[in-house]
Write a protein that binds this ligand. Sequence first.
Ligand code: GLY
Ligand code: MN
Ligand code: MN
Length: 432
Amino acid sequence: MNDPSMYARRRAQLATLMEDGVAVLRTAPERARNRDSSYPFRFDSYFHYLTGFPEPEAVMVLCAGNTPKSILFCREKDIEREIWDGFRYGPDRARDVFGFDETFPIAKIDELLPQLLANQRAVFCDVGADPGWDQQVIGWINKVRTQVRSGVSAPGEIRDIRRILDDMRLVKDEHEIAIMKRAAAISSQAHRRAMSATRPGMHEYELEAELIHEFRRQGAQSPAYTSIVAGGANACVLHYVQNDAVLNAGDVVLIDAGCELDGYASDITRTFPVSGKFSGPQRDIYQLVLSAQAAAVAQVKPGNEWEAPHDAAVKVLAQGMVDLGLCNGSADGVIESGDYRRFYMHRTGHWLGMDVHDAGDYKRDGAWLALKPGMVLTVEPGCYVRPGEGVPEKFWNIGVRIEDDALVTGSGCEIITSAPKFIDEIEALMRR
Ligand code: GLY
Ligand code: MN
Ligand code: MN
């Protein structure tokens, strides 16, 4: 069980940053997959960050001001339902376990929430995230409005709570970093397992199964996103998720997969030869992407702008594309014209945390954010060569991405993922 004081601390920090007003945040709804069958429940990341409370049908209310108060609405104990669906905390137990000042049954929310909103200046919520929920919040505010003649005032502002929470989530605390390191370690082992298992003639989904096996075997709850296992030309489809093709001996396979552990994502991409040995052209592209990644990682340090790793990767890739005959002219010219985008069309990374593409701005007031210790980001350059006019045929259908997760430290960064990525390392592992 997590330490409830950690969540209480985050709520206290949020209350300070709100100054006054009331925050109203619900967890994610359960979603039907098809008749009588739901998607696995996944809490809302903001809600979980502030509560640690794992059940659906729950709402957190935080009253800021001189004496902040945090309240949880949740399902009541229900022995009959618990026989079918499992344990529920119920309000009394939830108050003690999760460190709330008050807890109430969720069935009481329509009655109690207008009272909590009365005479408050502002409501903070994730406005715009879900129209149905927006309507519910507005309904509670309107209910307060009906009481104005008895001297009650309704909140005059609805403010986006994510403006505050995104900044909080952007810099990870020790507890978060510990989970993220463990998630990264599990995912690294899953990639190692998939590499070791690879044989020509297997299907992509058989490698996906190896990944999932390792995730679950080590206690991760699920993949953090749909795993990509893309052999041959499929590696040039950036969001390929069919994972049902046969792996051919002459191809490389790109795997982009990471587990989610206790609400935190990891995100790793590795590319390796199905046969266990890179061909000459595969080696050329692979080594180029590896060099681009090293150049990008060297720019992940406090004080550097968000864009610095991307710029460094693009510089190396553009030069390499010229050297390999993929682009014409000079590296600077290729960057200037954007020609490199034909083979490298995505960004070099994103924030990583509870969400795989995590909360947080990248640019503010026209300037890229500066990196700070405690931030976690991916570094994931790639090169994807589709067949085309003027493209040397030996490189056709080679798609390579190498992705690691970086924690910004006081002096630079720590790469928290560790699956093999150097050519001799990969080939040695696959020979065994
Ligand atoms: N796996 C998603 C990404 O790399 O951004
Ligand atoms: Mn990524
Ligand atoms: Mn990825």
